[in-house]
Write a new protein. Sequence first.
Length: 266
Amino acid sequence: MAKKKKRKKRRKRRQLKIGLRTVAVLLALLCTLIAWPYLSERKRPEKGAEIPSGTYSYGIDISRYQSRIQWDSLMVMTDRQGRTISSKTYAKDIKPVSYVFIKATEGITLKDRFFHRHWKDAGESGIRRGAYHFFRSSKDPLQQAEFFIRTVGPLAENDLPPVLDIETIHKGCSHKLLNEKALVWLSEIERYYGRKPIVYSSASFIDTILCNEIKENYPIWVAHYDVDQPRCRRWHIWQFSDKAIVHGINGMTDLNVCSRLTLDQL
């Protein structure tokens, strides 16, 4: 009898252990199922801007803030919701980066410290490149144009036209004076390069400050975010976000679109 009781006790202990293990496994599975949506979301790539609908060519604009660029890896990848992402695993669509605008100068003395490196690398990558100047209304416009020309030098046949980035106005400067100064820069650049420069600004700045002579005679590159279409009657390039994810660049960056026909005509 004693032996039978011992065997029963051992059997009960084994059954109890098996039962506890089974419960532990089931609890672990339950916890995994509950946590899975959060764990899987954490593994998903960071999402950036939603791209606009339409058939466009995509381009970026860069400065010293984008110091490290993998030029042979640049591409715009989007998920099923049309948002830019960094991972090819979740990419539903992949588009090439067709052009890049690189900051060259600002005012009459400030040269972007990475301009020459970016300019050289872009040229070697085969991506169409263009250089831009950040305009300071408090500085002499002719000196600003000359500074840009000295920094950038001659353009290759496939290079994009120079860009005037005009988005600020200094205290005490009238709209009329700002436009007069901008036209001096534009005229000098057009005279030297034999090509019409592009004018970049925000939709509100274009609408309320830039004069018709500029808006009607120069290609317009408008910055307008979180809209289906920019609020600009006549535009050639649209910067639709400053928070896009572009494969080959660390962090968020500006992203632009234009039609292929427009790009060929610039």
